[in-house]
Design a protein around this ligand. Structure first.
Ligand SMILES: NC(=O)c1ccc[n+]([C@@H]2O[C@H](COP(=O)([O-])OP(=O)(O)OC[C@H]3O[C@@H](n4cnc5c(N)ncnc54)[C@H](OP(=O)(O)O)[C@@H]3O)[C@@H](O)[C@H]2O)c1
Length: 316
């Protein structure tokens, strides 16, 4: 089968399309003929091997040589003991541990997969697993009367998070670069901030901050939170994440706020609610662009350079 392979961390030109053996499903696994794989910033980080946490499991070279974890496709073969799926079933899955989505076939534990809602195309369903789960969990505290700020809101996850927070009745501020301000407004943000011009931590106070790209100090986050407010991040610079993990809890506790990292729970239970809302037309999926397998490097570059407004998808 064809796959986009890399053997060392580096820029997109370390990727090449190769013929590799068809993977066989082990016990408890399914093999899926991939129709579409959506990209996350984590794919870009695992390609570069930066920030440092992207090398977990593979310090010197990638632990998995085919990237791509948010997939949708058709079950092609099942391993011993698989009970939920059979060949021909249409699924979408978060295959974060095994990856392999930039290929014609991938194997994954059956527990990583959910049935694809028939209302969604494969490309749409592939956008949901990680971004949907993060947005769903990260906006849980959004409610009428609450002021919610989403930092990095113009990208794949942020586009879902803005809509969920608005749907919950919150007043939503989206922060991203100038080229994404209109996009954030168009999907419901009440206010937008260009992070290259203004520092949102000096612009007001919020009940909930969901930070997709943390890079400031815990004191800045404390300043931006109302008393009783909550700050959660899911990604950012290693320096910022370490500070939040070490000092965030203490600074928060001492000042009547909660500052920490959102430990994202993976799996169908956490993205199926989003899939249902999208299938019902209550949340809109914004596909920024689609690429074919041979142009996976271009797709990754688009995400890595921060040009995407919504999700980028490789259709296989
Ligand atoms: N399991 C997990 O915990 C998990 C799984 C997947 C992803 N993640 C994390 O979730 C985060 C979001 O992923 P994603 O796929 O939604 O990424 P994405 O589509 O690239 O969106 C991130 C957005 O943040 C913007 N941005 C960059 N620097 C910023 C800054 N200093 N201030 C405000 N905005 C900034 C980017 O725009 P520009 O760069 O163009 O300015 C981009 O629009 C990432 O940090 C990723 O590592 C975590």
């Amino acid at each position: 089968m064809k796959a986009v392979v890399y053997e060392r961390y580096g820029p997109p030109d370390v990727l090449s399309v190769q013929d590799v053996p068809l993977p066989e499903p082990d016990a408890g696994q399914i093999r899926v003929k991939i129709a579409a794989t959506s990209l996350n910033l984590s794919d870009w980080e695992c390609l570069l091997g930066r920030p440092a946490y992207a090398r977990v499991g593979g310090l010197r070279k990638p632990a998995r040589n085919i990237l791509g974890s948010d997939v949708a496709g058709v079950v092609d073969k099942v391993g011993e003991g698989v009970t939920r799926f059979k060949p021909g079933d249409e699924i979408c899955a978060d295959n974060l541990n095994l990856k392999g989505g930039f290929a014609e076939y991938a194997v994954m534990p059956e527990s990583a997969a959910a049935f694809k809602p028939p209302e969604l195309s494969f490309s749409e369903a592939a956008t949901l697993p990680q971004s949907g789960a993060i947005a769903w969990q990260g906006t849980r505290l959004a409610a009428p009367g609450k002021r919610v700020l989403i930092n990095g809101a113009g990208g794949g996850t942020g586009s879902f998070a803005i809509q969920l927070a608005k749907r919950a009745g919150a007043h939503v501020t989206g922060v991203d670069n100038a080229s994404k301000l209109n996009h954030m407004r168009s999907i419901g943000a009440d206010e937008v901030i260009d992070y290259q011009r203004d520092d949102y931590t000096k612009a007001g106070q919020y009940d909930l901050i969901l930070d997709l790209v943390a890079h400031r100090s815990v004191f800045a986050y404390r300043r931006a939170l109302k008393r009783g407010g909550t700050y959660r991040c899911v990604g950012g610079t290693t320096r910022s994440l370490l500070r939040i993990l070490t000092a965030g809890g203490i600074v928060g506790l001492a000042t009547g706020r909660s500052i920490g990292v959102l430990v994202v729970k993976e799996g169908p239970k956490h993205f199926e609610p989003m899939a249902e809302l999208c299938a019902a037309g209550e949340i809109t999926i914004h596909v920024d662009s689609t690429y074919d397998l041979a142009h996976t490097a271009d797709a990754l570059t688009r995400v890595g350079e921060g040009r995407a407004q919504g999700k980028v998808v490789v259709e296989i």
